[in-house]
Design a protein around this ligand. Structure first.
Ligand code: GLN
Length: 533
């Protein structure tokens, strides 16, 4: 029988529920169990695909083409399993499907209500994740904070699942905050007590508390929490602030959370195989080199907007015992006439232009790409970054002054980046991009081939525009190599400039497949080149 762990959050948002959920999942996997993860988001967008990255952070894309919350990126990086369409469910998705069923007549005349129709729909999504993944344990994180009006239907569903499956098959982990009050100089438990009360009012008694705290809590705090929140002292886990999220699984393991969860489930404890993760942490704590990489984007005020890219750079750094410092550069700031690029990039040993949408900041990114190309600085372009690298090359090397993307100039006379014909009739914004895994065939004797060491790869996509093959011969003549092609649709996937030390760009998003112990080949070789003396 599948076991279910639910991770809720109390007191404030932003406590690291996603990291708690991922860390527990990693530990259970290390003890030999097949684990699957899922996140519920209480907002009414069907998915975060249409949301502004400045508000919501990055949109993470699964291999099967779902646009999801950035927490799924943490999940995949921690548990090293590919997640799918069952992994991110929003209120929007739930209500949409209930309303569609109502219009279809599926409810046979019943009055459609929050309980049981919405809650049944949510429940089915939990069970579907268990059935389709065949996991021993499904870990579901509930977005938002307990007490929010928006998340009540989800919490009510968890109560029903607990009743249906019994407490040996369900486990509730509540992530909470223990603030420190200066002056009286003490840690305070009241906010946690109140948020546990909120949960109890909704019929749920948490089995574990994971306490985000600036300092270890100690016995007296744990005794108090145990008494007021109705759970054993050993089930109260400290999560002391750290600037290295990858250490959290080991901290939780030292407090035996994995063992205690398995006990509750009557599952064999098995020995935890954490050697690889321990090695990783050892490496991370012993980096003996540093390198700066410039990331030129327009959402740089919120680093979460580029979280998978930043993590991928760090992962590649670990392999070379190097700390990668990211110099976030707002592309708009490069657009002024008198800007001194040499000064701005003086410490950067590589330039990366990530994905993006819309006009704003485009010229700044093109300037950065030109600077990288002309000064032989290692360059990695991702998605929009590839499209702009092609535009820059067409304009400045091939003399096609008006080369542009129809995304920025719909009537351009030189549409070197254009909509594919099947995209021209698309009216809806949501879920209509080219999404998820597509094949890519690599050309031998190219940088791409050297990086991947394979003929065929699959990478995740999220874009609407494509390279226009009409321009291919001209660009080839001037030295651009088209090293990766999707043969099914004859679409360009990777370009490179062999005359340059390291200039490569891809139409897909490699950052979604990088893992801390297994950096992605394109990030690996980019960072490796950047640290070469
Ligand atoms: N805006 C571009 C497109 O839609 C690139 C998208 C991206 O970088 N993810 O094709």
């Amino acid at each position: 029988m599948t076991k279910y762990v639910f991770v809720t959050g109390g007191v404030v948002s932003g406590l690291g529920k996603g990291i708690t959920a991922s860390s527990l999942a990693l530990l259970l996997k290390a003890r030999g169990y097949k684990v699957f993860m899922q996140k519920f988001d209480p907002y009414f967008n069907v998915d975060p695909g249409t949301m502004n990255p400045i508000q919501h952070g990055e949109v993470f894309v699964t291999y099967d083409g779902c646009e999801t919350d950035l927490d799924l990126g943490h999940y995949e990086r921690f548990i090293d399993e590919e997640l799918n369409y069952t992994s991110n469910i929003t209120s929007g998705k739930i209500y949409k499907s209930v309303i569609e069923k109502e219009r279809h007549g599926d409810y046979l005349g019943a009055t459609v209500q929050l309980v049981p129709h919405i809650t049944n729909e949510i429940k089915n999504k939990v069970y579907e994740a268990g059935i389709t993944s065949k996991a021993d344990i499904v870990i579901t994180e509930i977005g938002g904070t307990v007490g929010d009006i928006e998340s009540q239907a989800f919490i009510e569903t968890l109560r029903q699942i607990q009743y249906e499956k019994g407490s040996e098959n369900t486990c509730f982990v509540h992530t909470t905050l223990i603030p420190y009050i200066f002056g009286s100089n003490e840690l305070k438990t009241k906010p946690t007590q109140n948020s546990v009360k909120d949960l109890q009012n909704m019929g749920i008694r948490p089995n574990f508390l994971v306490c985000r705290t600036p300092y270890a809590t100690g016995d007296s705090i744990k005794e108090k929490l145990s008494l007021f929140c109705n759970l054993p002292k050993e089930n109260i886990i400290d999560c002391v602030d750290t600037n290295n999220i990858y250490e959290i699984p080991l901290n939780m393991h030292r407090q035996r959370i994995d063992e205690l969860v398995l006990k509750q489930f009557n599952l064999k404890e098995n020995k935890a195989n954490l050697a690889e993760w321990e090695n990783l942490i050892h490496t991370m704590n012993n980096l003996n080199n540093e390198v700066e990489i410039a990331l030129v984007g327009k959402y740089v005020e919120l680093h979460d907007a580029y979280i998978s890219v930043a993590e991928s750079l760090r992962h590649a750094g670990f392999k070379y015992k190097t700390k990668v410092n990211i110099n976030y550069i707002n592309s708009e700031s490069l657009e002024k006439d008198n800007v001194n690029l040499k000064e701005i990039f003086k410490n950067s040993r590589g330039i990366l232009v990530p994905g993006g949408f819309g006009n704003r900041g485009i010229d700044g990114k093109i300037k950065a790409i030109k600077y990288a190309r002309e000064n032989n600085i290692p360059f990695l372009g991702i998605c929009l970054g590839m499209q702009l690298a092609v535009i820059e090359f067409a304009r400045n090397v091939c003399g096609i002054d008006d080369a542009n993307s129809t995304e920025f100039e719909p009537t351009t006379s030189e549409p070197i980046i254009d909509l594919m014909s099947d995209q021209k009739s698309v009216i809806n914004m949501g879920g209509t991009l080219r999404l998820g895994n597509y094949n890519c065939k690599l050309e031998k004797n190219t940088l791409a081939y050297k990086d991947y060491k394979q003929d065929n790869i699959k990478e995740r996509h999220r874009h609407r525009y494509e390279f226009n093959n009409k321009y291919m011969d001209l660009l080839k003549e001037k030295g651009m190599v088209f090293s990766g092609i999707n043969e099914e649709s004859n679409l360009v996937e990777i370009i490179e400039l062999p005359k340059h030390k390291h200039f490569i760009a891809c139409q897909f998003h490699p950052e979604f497949k990088s893992r801390p112990t297994r950096p992605h080949p394109l990030f690996d070789s980019f960072v490796h080149e950047a640290i070469k003396k």
